[in-house]
Structures are given as structure tokens and as C-alpha cells.
Write a protein that binds this ligand. Structure first.
Ligand code: PNS
Length: 159
């Protein structure tokens, strides 16, 4: 059986913490689909296309990783893709409560789909897209927080 996993998120923008989870997930599953949620109420900094391009560039060395976007319920998308697993990264205990709730509702909606949690690498445990945007906005260095292409894109956005 081919194992297909979906890594969903906002990725506004992708960070090195995300890339760490994606590359580790790609070692465990045959095929990994990184998918950007396309209907958020909050105003993103990057468009869907920009976020997908940054993700594609940042994961281009990973042969079994595909980048996509989705609308609506994650579980419907996972089923549509023929996937059997959702991968989520956990940075700290504070992530756990929300992710437990998400895993529970997704299991209730379809108990054939597993949620697979991976602990974020310690060196990225404080990292989030929001923190990166805040730091970048004030011109502080972000080269060890995001892939080079994202650093360039953030500098352009805030120039
Ligand atoms: O990067 P984020 O913003 O933490 O990602 C959150 C995401 C996209 C994984 C989550 O909001 C999601 O799965 N949204 C799709 C809607 C859905 O299926 N919600 C759960 C059932 S109510």
C-alpha cells in the first residue's frame, strides 16, 4: 500500500520549522502533499500562489513532496487525495490542546484517517510564521529562521 500523507497549514510564509517537519515526514511516507488552506478569514501577507511558490522552492530537493492548496474541510481534501494520514508538527505543550481537538474532530469525521504528530526540532521550537513576519518587519536578521527564498520575499514585502 502506498502511504500518502497531507501536511496542511497556512504557511504564511513557510519557515525552517515547517521544512524540518516536511523533510522528516517525507522520510516516513511514500508521498507527502503539503497543502495551503485557501479560505482563511485572517488577512495573509502572501497570496496563495506566492505561498505555494515559496513552498515549492523550499522543498524542491524532496522528490516525493508535492505542493497544493485546499478549501473547506481538511478531512474532505484528505479523502479526495486518497491520503490516509495528516501530519502535524508540535512545537510545545501549548500547541497540544488545539491539535488534540483538531485530531479528535477529524477522527470523528473519518476514523480511517490518522493524525500523525511529529515533535518540531528543538532549535525551531519558538518559531512561527507570525514571529518571522514580526522580526522581518523591523529589519532584524531572519536568515536562520526561513529558507533563503523566503528571506528575499519578506525583505521585498517590507521594503
Ligand atoms: O498553519 P495553521 O494556520 O495552524 O493551519 C491550520 C489548518 C489549516 C491545519 C486548520 O485550520 C484546518 O485544518 N483548516 C481546515 C478546516 C477544517 O478542516 N477544520 C477542522 C474541522 S472544524
Amino acid at each position: 500500500m502506498t502511504t500518502i500523507a497531507v501536511i496542511p497549514g497556512s504557511f504564511d510564509p513557510v519557515t525552517l520549522g515547517h521544512v524540518d517537519i516536511i523533510s522528516r515526514g517525507a522520510k516516513v511516507f511514500d508521498h507527502v502533499i503539503v497543502s495551503v488552506l485557501n479560505n482563511q478569514k485572517k488577512q495573509p501577507l502572501f497570496t496563495i500562489d506566492e505561498r505555494m511558490t515559496l513552498l515549492r522552492e523550499s522543498t524542491k530537493s524532496l522528490q516525493n513532496v508535492e505542493v497544493d492548496s485546499f478549501n473547506g474541510l481538511l478531512i474532505d481534501y484528505v479523502r479526495e487525495k486518497g491520503a490516509n494520514t495528516i501530519i502535524k508538527g508540535l512545537r510545545a505543550v501549548s500547541d497540544f490542546e488545539y491539535e488534540l481537538q483538531m485530531a479528535a474532530i477529524n477522527r470523528k469525521l473519518d476514523d480511517n484517517v490518522e493524525t500523525f504528530f511529529m515533535m518540531t526540532n528543538n532549535k525551531y521550537s519558538y518559531l512561527s510564521s507570525s514571529i518571522v513576519k514580526e522580526v522581518a518587519k523591523y529589519g532584524a536578521p531572519i536568515d536562520d529562521l526561513v529558507p533563503p527564498i523566503v528571506e528575499k520575499a519578506l525583505k521585498k514585502k517590507f521594503s
